[in-house]
Design a protein around this ligand. Sequence first.
Ligand code: ADP
Ligand code: MG
Length: 714
Amino acid sequence: MQNHAHDSFLDNPVTTLRGVGDALAEKLARLGILRVADLLFHLPLRYQDRTRIYPIADLKAGQEVLVEGEIDSTEVVIRGRRMMLCHISDGSGILTLRFFHFTTAQKQSLRQGAPIRCFGEVRQAGFKLEMAHPEYRLLSTTSPEPIENTLTPTYPTTEGLQQRSLRRLIEIALEHVDELPDLLPESVLRQHQFPPLGEVLQLLHKPEGGNPTPALPLSGEGARYFSSPDKGRLGGVSLRLIFEELLAHQLGVQQARHELQQVQAPAMQETNHYWQKLLRSLPFAPTAAQNRVIGEITHDLQQTIPMNRLVQGDVGSGKTLVAVAAALHAIANGFQVALMAPTELLAEQHYQNLTRWLEPLGVETVYISGNQTPRQRRRKVENLLLGIGHIAVGTHALFQRTVEFLQLGLIIIDEQHRFGVHQRMSLREKGKQGDNYPHQLVMTATPIPRTLAMTAYGDLDYSVIDELPPGRTPITTVALSNERRDDVIERISAACREGRQVYWVCTLIEESETLQCEAAEVTAELLRERLPHVAVGLVHGRLHGSEKESIMRQFKQCDIQLLVATTVIEVGVDVPNASLMVIENAERLGLSQLHQLRGRVGRGSTASSCVLLYQHPLGKTARKRLDAMRTTTDGFMIADIDLELRGPGEVLGTRQTGDVRLRIASLLRDQHLLPAVQVAAREIVANYPQRVELLTRRWLQQPDGDTATRFFQS
Ligand code: ADP
Ligand code: MG
């Protein structure tokens, strides 16, 4: 069963496959695919069912299906914008195909009476059904076109890498799937009656069509179905892999923790004299929870092994102050600090706060931005190298090779769910000085139950800021149908007249960032027209960093009263005077995302409110989500409800479990497996130690080709 690593075709680098040159290999490496075997563990995100043709009469909104019919008519109309509508029928019903981009030739080819086959997502448009921009093919009237007989997998991919190429390579690897060694202990295989690994992978990559519940390994309902042990043989399919991935994760985390305790960090024993000074200048006192967590951090910093602590605190709980306390402790001990934020917007905001708080103490904050020219940056970099700069604030630009520190003692990562485990590790490595590793503090607003956190972040110690600063008036949340938009605009007008500030968040169903930004532009224009007395600003992901910063600055200074934004403002933005938030298409967002967004208001002492605009009619799950938002502002409660509600077809985001990027398992969904996984991990360590590396390499391969374990061994 146990092959020798170098014997198998599967252990060869992907470049041994026909048609894989350096360019393609480089793209595959971005997905963590280095060897042929890695292709087998690159699992589908979802499937398309092109194995059967649906009668139009049976279609339901939301389905992605294959339809065949005859063209009744094709017309170009102007409804807001120019579009082409093609009406088709199959004898059972009629369906409209809607195209926003089309050519004259295309229009002419879609002539009346032509047989057509199309594939796309069915949408409700008024009382009718339609498909927007379906893939389509005009059929020949003489010979029938064959259809697929297995489901078509859609894989996670990277820019410039087509699904088609991935599918082709994975098919080649699948021919060798039986050579894959089974790494689970015999006892585990017996106990859970897992089917053979090869069979499982074959089934996941190429499931048969016609299955009423296609195997959707990563989507809500499908995943639950397939991870449920009482679903017979198919139930075992995903479960087999989920179990193995959790096991690999557990082994990796155990190893990481063990390795970390073998290395050294500077013991920071001096008292934090800056902190007392800062407290005297603050208009508020830390909460008891903040003080407790600061105590835990300080204790860690005094040790000779690196701190490795995760601080969880709901939005608005005051994580920044805790970070500042930690930073000042390091600085009081003669060390420098790197504070890393996930976006330029946040980095800039931290920089401003820190400068305001720390400059009077004689502590120098340096802002390193990805947008600075090398010239602009040089001075700042020099200051860090000379030790004149005490805290460097920035995005991951901070850890480019050109930025060096004289004595880096502490790395703080804010809103960590945007950073991967691997990034966290490589940061530490870069901060290494002599034999000393920097201490590391990770801060997140993602609420994770403690037991789960122990598994998700088993390599980290864990603190919770479980109290909000006093004097916050709870946020009132209402859900309003789109038809009440006028009332909402009226409300904005009133709020602005009272000197309050407002966020209007545009969310779009479309995944494309370009479309998101366009939609936000249109909304901002409309609001400007409707609210001529209000200063309206717009911020979205496609603005340059400096433009974004300048708009955020204007919003902070109240030069902008109404900020129209995409979800770029989701994390960390702090403008206490903003007390009204409108979220468009709220029914399309997940609960935790709504919670994060709403956390942008309710940060000052004015009563805040949040308006969730939704499109009628609301589905059952969407209604429950909005209800949950209306009834609670407790992050943990919301996380629980979120877990309960995640319904069919909804993809589990990685954000649910913080930065743990699991391929098929979900720590939340699959927590019932964790005890058995821990037993298996112990058995592997005791009886099959050589499999630890094989398992972690199989599952924890990092996108740039480093594995977590290899990292720890360096
Ligand atoms: P988050 O935990 O979401 O990062 P912030 O650190 O941005 O929260 O803090 C939210 C707001 O609360 C900020 O304006 C901050 O100055 C303020 N704040 C932090 N701690 C306290 C406290 N103990 N009392 C009152 N206000 C506080
Ligand atoms: Mg924050």
